[in-house]
Design a protein around this ligand. Structure first.
Ligand code: FPP
Length: 265
């Protein structure tokens, strides 16, 4: 059952971040972490600021979280930055959100290159403003040979839309004789999704106390561990990420099977 949980405070309060990192790295790390970055608007409202101020602060938070994920040795960090449903927001807010990749990358791309981070994107590129896509494309081009953390932005992305697209492409390939009914497996479908080159997320984090998926990676999250936290995204700290990973490491993943012998519950 999906349960809203308060991230467990352990005795970690007395440990430094470095000590916590070392401890975390001794156990199995989630290879792919996906985050629904929610609560920017509420963060701004609490401070009497316009919603876009929350988005700006949320963008700033991507930097330390990416640095820490890279340092930990996480392979993929997928961030839900704009959904196919977000277009219905006021034009001014949408325009602002569409400027954030540019601002973020103009300041942060040199560091991403230096730190061996590879920028990728999943979502419909054609509907994005030219300036947004140009910035993202440049980042993808400039980092395409990097072999460290994959920083994957879900931008103009929707899980159902992705599945519809996959089915359309499968039908087209079937018509062309490139695929037959017997060929169709779970792997085939995964291969037709926008995340085809990435493994499924091991850990999903959603901030701001909301307990829903909001059309995010519907196929890929089938066996993912979910961590929901009340922390608003602009307040989400490195400690919060470590806490979510520690919670993940306490879970036992069975994929429909049973507890393997010798593994602690
Ligand atoms: C949801 O919060 C957040 C978004 C729709 C946008 C998320 C985008 C960022 C955090 C910045 C992305 C950064 C880059 C570099 C692309 P909300 O506005 O729905 O918050 P609310 O539920 O409190 O209103």
């Amino acid at each position: 059952m999906l349960k809203k949980m308060k991230l467990q405070k352990t005795s970690k309060g007395t440990q430094s971040i470095e000590e916590r990192i070392q401890h975390i790295q001794k156990q199995e790390l989630p290879k792919h972490i996906a985050i629904i970055m929610d609560g920017n608007g509420r963060w701004a409202k609490k401070r009497g600021l316009p919603r876009v101020a929350g988005h700006h602060e949320g963008m700033q938070k991507v930097k330390p979280i990416t640095r820490l994920a890279n340092k930990l040795g996480i392979e993929v960090l997928t961030l839900y930055a704009f959904s196919t449903e977000n277009w219905i927001r006021p034009k001014m807010e949408v325009d602002y959100l569409m400027k954030l990749p540019q601002e973020f990358l103009s300041a942060f791309l040199p560091e991403l290159i230096e730190e061996n981070v590879k920028v990728e994107m999943m979502g419909h590129k054609d509907k994005l403003p030219v300036h947004t896509m140009k910035a993202v494309q440049k980042a993808m081009d400039d980092t395409c040979n990097n072999s460290g953390l994959i920083l994957n932005f879900a931008l103009n992305y929707g899980g159902r839309d992705e599945i519809v697209n996959a089915v359309q492409n499968i039908l087209q390939d079937a018509k062309n004789g490139q695929i037959s009914t017997e060929d169709l497996t779970e792997e085939t479908i995964s291969h037709y999704l926008m995340s085809k080159n990435l493994q499924d997320p091991d850990l999903l984090i959603r901030t701001s106390g909301e307990i829903r998926l909001s059309n995010f990676m519907l196929w890929q999250l089938a066996y993912t561990e979910f961590v929901f936290t009340d922390v608003l995204w602009p307040d989400f700290s490195e400690e919060d990420l470590l806490e979510a990973i520690e919670e993940y490491q306490r879970r036992s993943r069975r994929y429909g099977g049973i507890q393997s012998e010798g593994k602690e519950q």
